[in-house]
Design a protein around this ligand. Structure first.
Ligand SMILES: Cc1cc2nc3c(=O)[nH]c(=O)nc-3n(C[C@H](O)[C@H](O)[C@H](O)COP(=O)(O)O)c2cc1C
Length: 471
């Protein structure tokens, strides 16, 4: 527990609800890809007792490695922002530029943003000895081409392999996504439209183009879609895993007022909860994020409800819980709150000061008890931050609070857990467990959401099977 005061540390957010939602666009599913063995999660089946890797088909693996193809067009400058945003989401990005693209923007820009030397030469002896075009094609979990020029589309439709980008598009088994960008007349041209049809018939996904003002001064269809949509497309391969679900999520710390200037709080930054919200959104869920005070920007597209105290968080959860199918309690809710908050600032008086505290409401415990008593309720996912006896405490919490999944994080190691960018997790559910090694919080969140989706759908199937059928 940390005692803070207003004016220090985190600024509180205004309370209330706000929606930050992208315009709806439906994304066709991307074919499933293989599991990256380096990041495979270990799973233990209680029946056999032995840890093992989940088979590939059991876990749709989040995209972590993207080849970003950049072709020659005015929209090339926007691709730099795409790289920055993908890197923010902790994806590894390898930029491959065409010769024309290099006339628009120097590769150094992309190298600096991606942290990797840009690749462009097909017949490059040094690269062929290292990550050659086939190795690059295998490395990619997604090939995203933004902007995709009319000429590139024509070459790809024609099956050409005359530069590195077209060659790796032919050689890869990863999904290929194009974001076309060109003058409206070029886009409407029958040749371009025929190429589009050929590519789509082969399973290439096209995002856009959008309509609007063009760089050439004309108005019409041909603009590259927004950075947000491109980033969404790159990360939404598991889009649909939670489609149709509403996920209610709590995140961040709470603040328990002692007096108008002092409060009790904890070290939570909200990073893990916000990462979970973003991952749930990418998986196609409607997300309601009830957040304690945090400096973080809410992910684009979530409905945010800002609260301050544990009592406010509890009230907000109870207000929204009926709408949700999955509840994820990632907030570090204060366990105790002052019995009474003073109306005026408490003055220094004696050497010692005794503060009377009382228990706050146990939000997830209450939801678990309601469900255990037979009331309908959401699939319950809890988090536990532990400094010792992680497994014992986690299993106890899972059982005592009637949870469907408990995600336990060790918070006694440097650079892990509270207010850091990395985390590791051990997950426990009735009948199973798994572990995720240390990694970035966003990447971990995507993997956790995949697990949540799997367990949720399994529980749902069991429930439906148990229900008597109506004839
Ligand atoms: C200033 C300028 C802007 C261009 N903008 C576009 C564009 O937005 N879209 C497009 O398809 N082609 C555009 N072109 C034409 C392409 O650069 C040209 O077709 C090139 O061969 C594409 O090569 P690549 O597909 O290998 O990158 C532009 C050309 C110039 C000179």
């Amino acid at each position: 527990m940390v005692i803070g005061s207003h004016g220090q540390g985190n600024d509180s957010q205004p309370t209330g609800s706000s929606v930050n939602r992208p315009s709806p666009r439906s994304y066709p599913p991307i074919p499933k890809m293989g599991l990256n063995r380096d990041n495979a999660m270990m799973i233990k089946d209680e029946a056999s007792g032995s840890p093992e890797c989940l088979p590939d088909e059991a876990v749709p693996h989040p995209v972590c490695q993207v080849v970003l193809g950049v072709t020659g067009g005015i929209a090339v400058y926007k691709a730099a922002e795409v790289v920055r945003r993908l890197r923010q989401q902790e994806l590894a990005v390898q930029v491959v530029m065409t010769e024309a693209a290099r006339s628009f923007v120097h590769p150094l820009t992309f190298q600096a943003l991606s942290g990797r030397a840009v690749r462009y030469a097909l017949l490059d002896e040094s690269a062929e000895a290292g990550m050659g075009h086939i190795e690059l094609a295998r490395w990619a979990q997604q090939v995203l081409v933004a902007p995709a020029s009319a000429d590139f589309m024509a070459r790809l439709a024609g099956g050409h392999a005359d530069d590195l980008l077209t060659t790796l598009c032919l050689a890869t088994e990863a999904p290929v996504v194009l974001c076309p960008a060109m003058n409206r007349v070029m886009w409407r041209h029958e040749a371009t439209q025929a190429n589009r049809r050929i590519l789509q018939a082969r399973g290439v996904r096209l995002i856009g183009p959008d309509s609007g003002a063009q760089a050439c001064g004309e108005m019409g269809e041909g603009r590259m879609v927004s950075t947000e949509e491109i980033v969404h497309a790159a990360t939404a391969h598991y889009h649909g895993a939670l489609a149709g679900c509403t996920v209610l999520l709590t995140a961040g710390p709470t603040r328990e007022a002692i007096d108008p200037v002092r409060y009790i709080t904890n070290r939570s930054s909200g990073k893990m909860g916000y990462a979970m919200a973003r991952a749930a959104l990418e998986a196609g869920a409607e997300v309601i994020l009830i957040s304690g005070p945090s400096l973080l920007e809410p992910p684009w597209g979530v409905q945010q409800v800002a609260v301050e105290s544990a009592a406010e968080m509890c009230e907000a959860v109870m207000d929204h819980v009926k709408r949700c199918q999955i509840f994820i309690g990632a907030a570090a809710v204060a366990d105790y709150t002052p019995v009474q908050a003073a109306i005026h600032k408490l003055k220094k008086a004696s050497q010692e000061w005794q503060l009377s505290l009382q228990r706050t409401a146990d939000i997830i415990g209450a939801l678990g008890s309601q469900r255990a008593a037979g009331a309908p309720g959401p699939f319950l996912v809890g988090f536990a931050a532990e400094t010792q006896y992680l497994e014992t405490h986690a299993r106890d919490k899972l059982q005592r609070k009637h949870l469907d999944l408990l995600i336990a994080n060790p918070v006694n190691q440097r650079g892990l857990g509270f207010d850091s960018n990395d985390n590791e997790a051990r997950c426990f559910w009735p009948g199973g467990e798994c572990a995720f090694p240390r990694q970035g919080k966003q990447q971990l969140a995507r993997r956790l959401i995949v697990l949540v989706a799997q367990l949720y759908h399994k529980a749902h199937q069991l429930q439906s099977a148990a229900r008597p059928s109506v004839s």
